[in-house]
Design a protein around this ligand. Structure first.
Ligand code: FAD
Length: 461
């Protein structure tokens, strides 16, 4: 307990994926008092998502299974870690209080700590396309989560489109569960990127995993169209019609029940206080980012960066302070070899014919789903005022103004601006940093925690 009556922990870790679990284990084993919170009911994060009771866990590659078993056993055997499932991190308030929403109780709780380690993972990137907001269109990662939780593949005809190795993984999982997709439409062509492919041979486990996915697709006769792009989706009498263009510019249509899109992974760092910051104010914790929310490099790198963050926690708690840049460097060095691997994967899957995407989109393509703003609206704004700032784009154009506050559209909006105007607009200039990082009901904010002082009159910022 802190002097001001707030619950106190040496370290609060947000996110119980590989990074958060590794950080909590390292810090707790070194004697720190640790609180590990996650919005989900169980640990595991995106990769080790636990199936609903009665459903056997999905099969994992050997190295992934070893990592999962090690982290889960560690968590079971370290009762010193206080776990707080179904608690959503909302942010740090102006007094340095960590705000968590207890989702079951519908109540915001506040905590103090010396170090706040944010390990909130990655989120999927999905580029806008005509028809991408239609019912039946989802993300490939969302489809994968459904299969991990239920152990079943959805019935019907599925098309996977976009770019990246996750498309292959999801296609193979669908095939292994007995419902192979109609096709995988991949913008890149990893089989033609010889030097990247040769470089990746330094990671034999990864190559074996990828080979296993390709073998599943070959066995199930799933076409893997490389150097191809999905140009639009339309509602049809019996579901959806997905138009795609092959590497020679020929246009094809596939009738499907669902289209699952994926264009890569990006850090889920939306609205988070920067890593290394202690906001230079008394009572504020040191903030660290670990795992994919720091840099989306995959599960082994996430565990490695979580361990390093845990070691940093122990150093800081022992009174050994380091400048923020040194802390950042330590986290970067720990995962540098995984960075090289991800660079090669990105090269292998780089879209054929260049990365331009937004220029070719018709004006009525939705860009901001919450506010119904289109690429045409964006073009009009910049034609009228080419020097528009991020804040003006938000306030005048209503981009990133809706319920998600830009969590889903700001990165695409910034990329569209860069492509259309040639000038870069950092995402944070559109969204800013503030809490809550996710929408929270007012009833949760004003509901008092038993035994705590009445903060209801203090307006949140
Ligand atoms: C959709 C998806 C599918 C993937 N599929 C694969 C795959 O097939 N193979 C593969 O090798 N890698 C896959 N990855 C990548 C892999 O999951 C990650 O590299 C790895 O899990 C990163 O670990 P992490 O601990 O950094 O984050 P995560 O494992 O993502 O864990 C982050 C945790 O933080 C929690 N969280 C996030 N925000 C909040 C908040 N505000 N409050 C409270 N809790 C919060 C989440 O619930 C989650 O449990 C996938 C990633 C995604 C996003």
């Amino acid at each position: 307990m802190h002097a001001d009556g707030q619950s106190f922990h040496d370290v609060i870790v947000i996110g119980s994926g590989p990074a958060g679990m590794a950080c909590a284990l390292t810090a707790a084993r070194g004697g720190a008092s640790v609180l590990l919170a996650d919005q989900r009911p169980g640990p595991g994060g995106a990769i080790f998502r636990v199936a609903i009771p009665g459903v056997p866990p999905v099969s994992l590659a050997r190295a992934q299974k070893r990592l999962r078993d090690r982290l889960f056993a560690g968590l079971e055997n370290t009762p010193a870690i206080q776990r707080l499932p179904e608690h959503l991190y909302l942010g740090l308030d102006a007094d340095g209080l960590v705000m968590l929403e207890d989702r079951k109780a519908g109540q915001v709780k506040t905590f103090r700590c010396r170090i706040l380690c944010l390990a909130t993972g990655a989120m999927e990137r999905v580029l806008p396309r005509p028809g991408w907001t239609l019912p039946g269109v989802m993300t490939a990662g969302g489809l994968q989560v459904m299969m991990k939780e239920t152990g079943r593949a959805p019935a019907g005809r599925t098309v996977l489109a976009g770019s990246g190795p996750l498309l292959l993984a999801v296609a193979a999982q669908l095939a292994r569960l007995g419902t192979p997709p109609l096709a995988v439409i991949e913008a890149g062509d990893p089989l033609r990127q010889l030097s990247a492919g040769l470089g990746l041979l330094r990671w034999p486990g990864l190559c074996l995993e990828a080979g296993g996915y390709v073998a599943s697709l070959l066995t199930a006769r799933v076409p893997w169209h490389r150097g191809a792009r999905l140009t639009g989706i339309e509602a049809a009498a019996d579901g959806l019609a997905a138009q795609w263009e092959d590497r020679h510019g020929r246009v094809h249509t596939l009738a499907a029940d669902r289209v699952a899109l994926h264009d890569g992974l990006a850090e889920n760092s939306f609205g988070l206080a920067p890593s290394g910051s202690s906001q230079n104010a008394p009572g504020h914790p040191l903030v660290l980012h670990a795992g994919d929310c720091r840099e989306a490099l995959g599960a082994p790198a996430a565990a490695c960066s979580g361990e390093t963050a845990g070691e940093i926690c122990l150093h800081v708690l022992a009174g050994r302070t380091e400048p923020a840049e040194r802390l950042q460097q330590r986290l970067k060095t720990a995962t540098s070899r995984y960075g090289k691997m991800q660079d090669l994967i990105a090269r292998a899957f780089s879209p054929q014919g260049g990365a331009q995407h937004f220029t070719a989109l018709p004006d009525d393509t939705a860009l901001c789903r919450c506010e119904g703003r289109t690429i045409g609206d964006l073009r009009k704004l910049f034609t009228a005022d080419p020097g528009l700032s991020g804040r003006e784009l938000k306030l005048n154009g209503r981009f990133a103004m809706g319920a998600c506050q830009g969590r889903f559209c700001a990165a695409n909006t910034a990329a569209a601006v860069a492509e259309l105007t040639g000038s870069s607009l950092p995402v944070s200039t559109i969204t800013g940093h503030r809490w809550p990082v996710r929408p929270v009901p007012i009833s949760s904010l004003i509901r008092l925690e038993p035994g705590k002082a009445d903060h209801a009159e203090e307006a949140p910022q």
